[in-house]
Design a protein around this ligand. Structure first.
Ligand code: CA
Length: 227
């Protein structure tokens, strides 16, 4: 699980990073919204910890923006803030964040909030089986089936499908898909993604699941059971 920490106070950022690392989570750090933006162009974190009082764009304004962009729309956000008034909490939650944690907080509480939010928003993430619309992946056995019938996939198509099914209903650019499925160290052209998407769709055709892999014109791809 990858978590993006957006916090300008270095000591707090480091405290959070250490706690996440101890818990086995991967993390990325940004000291302001601008840096967070450039990270989000290439990476797709599973959760964002967002400080309210940031230099430049405030956390609340940034959260509003994240909720308007296709590729960040569904990323769960926990806002971190020293503001304790009820009115502030309302402003934060109205900006689209999922949870709100007031400073000072213990790392224990932070981790509990993260787990709880992940359970609420992304329960497929760590399970051994993922299923969407009768399409099922057994992560341990590396098997895919549709309505009980086995589907043969190449290794890249398999990874691609796992990634999509773990992050449904979100739009990913070809670059993001490359980073997430192929990894950062690869020198693969973006058009390679299209080739594997075509193969994946073809493999899903027999069971009629090919429409779950949707092309979003001008943006990339999305995996969704709804149209
Ligand atoms: Ca701050």
């Amino acid at each position: 699980m990858l978590i993006l920490i957006i916090e300008d106070e270095r000591s707090i950022r480091e405290m959070i990073a250490l706690a996440l690392n101890n818990e086995g989570y991967q993390y990325l750090e940004a000291s302001d919204a601008h840096k967070a933006d450039s990270i989000l162009k290439e990476q797709h974190p599973d959760l964002i910890l967002l400080d309210w009082m940031l230099p430049g764009i405030s956390g609340v304004d940034f959260a509003r923006r994240l909720r308007r962009q296709d590729h960040t729309l569904n990323i769960p956000i926990i806002m971190l803030t020293a503001k304790t008034e009820e009115q502030d909490m309302v402003i934060a939650l109205d900006s689209g964040v999922d949870d709100y944690l007031t400073k000072p907080f213990s790392t224990k509480e932070l981790l509990a909030r993260i787990r709880s939010l992940m359970r609420r928003t992304n329960k497929n993430l760590s399970t051994e089986q993922i299923s969407v619309a009768n399409l099922k992946i057994d992560l341990q056995a590396h098997r895919v089936s549709a309505s009980g019938q086995a589907i043969d996939l190449g290794p890249t198509e398999f990874k691609l499908l796992v990634f999509f099914m773990q992050h449904p209903d979100r739009v990913f650019s070809r670059e993001q898909i490359l980073n997430q499925v192929w990894g950062h160290q690869t020198f693969v052209e973006e058009r390679t993604v299209d080739v594997h998407i075509r193969r994946l769709r073809k493999a899903l055709q027999t069971s009629g699941h090919e429409n779950l892999v949707q092309t979003v014109r001008g943006s990339g791809y999305r995996f969704s059971a709804s149209h």
